[in-house]
Design a protein around this ligand. Structure first.
Ligand SMILES: *Cc1c(COP(=O)(O)O)cnc(C)c1O
Length: 723
């Protein structure tokens, strides 16, 4: 991995003491390590709190508003010198150290790193190259690999317009706005080749070549390489190829996927990085396998068949969706146009190429499916929760006609979240007082959370209320701002004593954001209850082409304006990591009601539980394996009707029952000391039984032990690592 550093314009090495505060801040801002250290974030914020907020929490943009002298002055006014020095020292210590876990566990990966491919990475709100859960998961994977010291390089695309900004018009209809990100404000360094030229990779197609330049972002100890097509070498239309995430038609999509997969492998090759493992985060990146096969044939003079065996052995594939439309499929002529050159270099015919992406290789009309390619060209494939494993084995059983469904070689590794990114510092400080000193390093081990029992219930509750108030203030501020934008000047005041339910995620229809509205009168009664009312905070974007998803949003905004609901329905626009962080840290209940079994895992509820928020969820995705009867609330009994309408009606009734008979009474039941002891008991159960298990560090450790090491070590016998 370090080979790569030779080609990167790295800052010269000087004795630490000679660096100015400005230089130290600049270096801190250029390693996204800062993004999961609340004290470092607070340090940047305190340099200029108003600007910090305006600049989307972007430290580089902030620093560019200071001269080094002005920064010195400001730092001394705010007594920030020692905080800057301390942060700087800690970051360097982090970068120079090798975690014990890695020393003991990474084995052969030490010389042959993992190459992790993903179309999106959600690391921080100031780096807008993600859209939702898949990207956040990739970001959390990278951060956790850094934390454990796993040798891993990540590969993705740089989108200069990212995903859209959402705002709602007077009718509550979602509008999309694409803003150009200023590259100078991002922690990206240009990457150079061995001759000191800007590294540009070229990807041939039968209708001309696509060029992409390479950037590097530092995420703790992990290098994240991002490819970007905005180059004069490209024609006008290709210059915008990587402008937007999920913005184009299937032609644009196949070209993007070639850039990340084929271009990504070429970039690593050019940098002298020789991965021992290829990890494909979803089918989008599966072209990487074909390019890796080509490289193996060229470098080692082996046959196509042998190269396929070798690359499949080294490849781990993670599938993320049981929704059929979620799998990319390309028409044969589109594949021919784009993969023609690669197919000829591989020495295979077009039919052979198409076979790698087809379930039925004899069906010449079948489209080329990226998930099929990923499954065929990897020796290890996994789903992202136990239930999703079952669903995926069923879904892809036709690929293994000789096997029974439960012998289909797709295992599962359940998703998790990066604790330091999602845990509120107030909660962390509370845990610090009760847990053993290095608990954060061991947070993914079950014994760490036994200490939860020692926490004083009153303190846990007070901490939660603090976070709840901060969240409600944030929501009020946002509502004021977004209504001002529409010229409506609406202001609301939210009562912290009211049971507050959060629902924030993409507005895909299967997530059923409006399920609670099926029995409108019953809902109204609950929200209008004088003694025990409830309120909802919503957020989430619908895909620009998803009309039903947008209708869900509109429905919610109508209720938000309906006086009978007393402002107890609130929609926060432009859901992103920042909004997510506020909501998962401050609501009382996190609601999740997808149509089972379509939520592969879900991760937002895992973020919520870390902060003492209780989950109330359909038994789908991660919750199907997490709920134990006393660590949250379950909607339904974990079964679905063949008829969607019946499932929806049944789940809606169950949701209302759970709220009315369990959630609301438990929340409002107070003992003589004013505390909801039954509720707090559940918060503690939730933390103790789940905080370690749904950690991304546990997840990455599982990937290392169950997927990466066998893949890198050439262990071929175990194709099914189902737990
Ligand atoms: C965590 C997160 C998601 C994923 O949430 P799900 O519950 O898995 O749908 C999506 N968007 C943002 C901004 C997130 O932080």
């Amino acid at each position: 991995m370090t080979n790569a550093d030779n080609f990167v314009d790295s800052t010269e090495i000087r004795p630490v003491s000679s660096k100015s505060l400005y230089d130290k801040c600049w270096e801190l801002a250029h390693n996204l390590w800062w993004s999961w250290h609340p004290d470092v974030i607070a340090m940047f914020r305190d340099l200029a709190p108003e600007r910090w907020r305006k600049l989307d929490h972007n430290p580089i943009a902030l620093l560019r508003e200071f001269t080094p002298e002005a920064l010195e002055t400001r730092a001394s006014e705010m007594v920030l010198e020692s905080r800057i020095n301390y942060a700087y020292r800690r970051m360097n210590q982090y970068m120079d150290s090798r975690p014990e876990w890695a020393a003991q566990n990474v084995g052969v990966l030490g010389s042959k790193p993992v190459a992790y491919f993903s179309l999106e990475f959600g690391i921080h709100e100031s780096v807008p190259i993600y859209s939702g859960g898949l990207g956040i998961l990739a970001g959390d994977h990278v951060k956790s690999a850094s934390g454990l010291g796993v040798p891993l390089v990540a590969v993705g695309l740089f989108y200069d317009q990212g995903y859209f900004k959402q705002f709602l018009d007077h009718e509550g209809w979602q509008q999309e706005e694409y803003l150009r990100t200023n590259i100078d404000n991002l922690p990206m360094q240009p990457v150079f080749d061995k001759e000191g030229q800007r590294l540009i990779v070229k990807i041939e197609t039968d209708s001309g070549a696509i060029h992409a330049r390479v950037w590097k972002m530092q995420v703790g100890r992990v290098d994240l390489y991002l490819l970007d097509c905005d180059l004069p070498e490209n024609g006008e239309s290709d210059r915008g190829l990587t402008s937007r995430l999920y913005g184009g038609d299937s032609r644009m999509r196949i070209r993007q996927e070639m850039v990340v997969g084929i271009g990504g492998v070429r970039a690593l090759h050019a940098l002298g990085i020789h991965p021992g493992v290829f990890h494909l985060n979803e089918g989008h990146c599966a072209f990487a396998t074909l390019e890796a096969v080509r490289c193996a044939m060229e470098d080692d003079g082996i046959s196509f068949d042998e190269a396929v065996r070798r690359i499949a052995q080294a490849t781990c594939f993670t599938t993320h969706t049981p929704v059929p439309a979620g799998h990319d499929r390309f028409a044969p002529d589109l594949v021919q146009e784009h993969l023609g050159p690669l197919q000829r270099q591989l020495g295979i015919d077009f039919h052979q190429l198409m076979s790698m992406g087809r379930v039925d290789v004899n069906d010449h009309g079948e489209y080329f499916c990226m998930t099929v390619l990923g499954l065929k060209l990897s020796r290890r494939a996994n789903a992202v929760s136990c239930l999703h494993g079952i669903v995926s084995r069923k879904m892809w059983a036709p690929l293994w006609p000789k096997r029974s469904e439960n012998e289909v070689p797709i295992g599962h590794i359940t998703n998790g979240v990066h604790l330091a990114s999602w845990l509120a510092w107030q909660m962390q400080t509370l845990f610090d007082r009760y847990f053993k000193p290095d608990w954060i390093d061991r947070h993914w081990l079950p014994e760490t959370w036994n200490e939860v029992e020692k926490i004083d219930p009153g303190e846990l509750w007070e901490t939660h209320l603090t976070l709840k108030s901060l969240m409600l203030e944030f929501v009020e501020r946002r509502v004021k701002r977004q209504s001002a934008r529409r010229g409506e000047n609406r202001e609301i005041s939210m009562d912290p004593n009211v049971l507050t339910i959060g629902f924030a995620r993409r507005f895909a229809t299967y997530k059923r954001a409006t399920l609670m509205m099926q029995d409108f009168d019953r809902l109204l009664r609950m929200m209008d209850d004088a003694k025990r009312p409830i309120q909802f905070v919503f957020a989430g974007k619908a895909h620009p082409q998803d009309k039903p998803g947008k209708e869900f949003i509109q429905r919610i905004t109508q209720l938000a304006k309906d006086e009978r609901f007393h402002n107890r329905f609130v929609f926060v626009e432009d859901y992103d990591i920042n909004v997510a962080r506020h909501l998962v840290q401050g609501v009382d209940v996190w609601l999740n009601n997808p149509r089972r079994p379509l939520e592969a895992s879900g991760t937002s509820g895992q973020k919520a539980l870390l902060n003492g928020v209780l989950n109330c969820s359909i038994l789908d995705g991660w919750w199907a394996e997490a709920f134990d009867g006393s660590n949250g609330f379950a909607i339904g009994s974990g079964s679905s009707h063949a008829d969607d309408a019946k499932t929806d009606a049944r789940d809606a009734a169950s949701l209302m029952d759970v709220l009315e008979n369990q959630v609301i009474p438990m929340y409002y039941h107070r003992d003589s000391d004013g505390l909801p002891h039954f509720w707090i008991r559940r918060m503690m159960n939730s933390l103790r039984t789940m905080a370690w298990r749904f950690s991304a560090q546990r997840m990455v450790a599982d990937y290392v032990l169950e997927a990466y090491l066998p893949a890198a070590g050439g262990v071929t016998c175990d194709m099914n690592f189902r737990q």
